[in-house]
Ligand binder design. Sequence first.
Ligand SMILES: NC(=O)c1ccc[n+]([C@@H]2O[C@H](COP(=O)([O-])OP(=O)(O)OC[C@H]3O[C@@H](n4cnc5c(N)ncnc54)[C@H](OP(=O)(O)O)[C@@H]3O)[C@@H](O)[C@H]2O)c1
Length: 291
Amino acid sequence: MNILLTGKNGQVGWELQRTLLPLGRVHAFGHAELDLADAAAVRRTLDEVRPQVIVNAAAYTAVDKAESEPEQANAVNAAAPALLAQEAAKRGALLIHYSTDYVYDGAKAAPYVETDPTGPLGAYGRSKLAGEVGVQVSGADHLIFRTSWVYAARGANFLRTILRLAAEREELRIVADQVGAPTWARLIAEATAHALRQALQERSSGTFDSGVFHLTAAGETSWHGFASAIVEGRQGLRVKTVTPIATADYPLPAARPANSRLDTGAFRARFGLTLPDWREGLQLCLEEIPQ
Ligand SMILES: NC(=O)c1ccc[n+]([C@@H]2O[C@H](COP(=O)([O-])OP(=O)(O)OC[C@H]3O[C@@H](n4cnc5c(N)ncnc54)[C@H](OP(=O)(O)O)[C@@H]3O)[C@@H](O)[C@H]2O)c1
């Protein structure tokens, strides 16, 4: 079985290169080898690889920059998934695609379920929601996983930023009024491989249903709670205090949802996996980052 993986150098894509390995021949592409904004290149690559499964881990993830360049965000997050899905439909391939908590406005007082109304606050969230819709209307068999607050031992992410700043400064001031679940990229990749294995069996027995599922670590915290846990999990840092601040005290170009909590009950019911608490992933990931 041929699996086409995009975004191989991203946080999730990097981990998927390993977790997809037992499932088939993985043809992995980074941005330099395949620009998803180039429709002709996408079609050419699909002709060459002839995948039975497409896993789209590529995305335009610069949330603040997207406010000033929404066309670029849309090209990668909306047009490209729609194209991949249309091609998957033509070719009878299964598409796995990722989306985000940023499709919600964050005003709900409880964790979101997949059927809750969406209402993105910014250009990134709008582009990702448009990508979901493009996949859903394509007619391709698909699974869309909405995740949140992704971190990994490599790449640009909150965990690595906190480790760097905590080694330089005595005080960190971190937003405490946004809640969500920090999710290790490896957890997403492992859960994806598990779900894909089941989806392939369902497809061969004619019982597969496409759908959108929340896929995050269990539990919840704020960015301040996440930063505090990172600092506590590390020896020899310079930082002495992690001070909670309000979102309003740290203005950024893109508005963020105050509530990013995603209920993963539907994923558990469909794929039989109980997702571990966010602290477990953090501890394992910290062990992989040299002191
Ligand atoms: N990061 C988060 O906190 C978060 C939260 C919720 C959902 N998600 C979703 O989870 C998925 C995986 O995210 P991630 O954190 O792994 O993202 P990431 O680390 O930013 O990786 C995304 C990858 O996509 C590549 N890419 C960007 N534009 C491309 C293009 N035009 N053609 C081909 N490749 C392109 C990037 O390459 P370059 O860097 O070379 O451009 C990068 O390697 C995405 O769908 C994202 O929207 C992420």
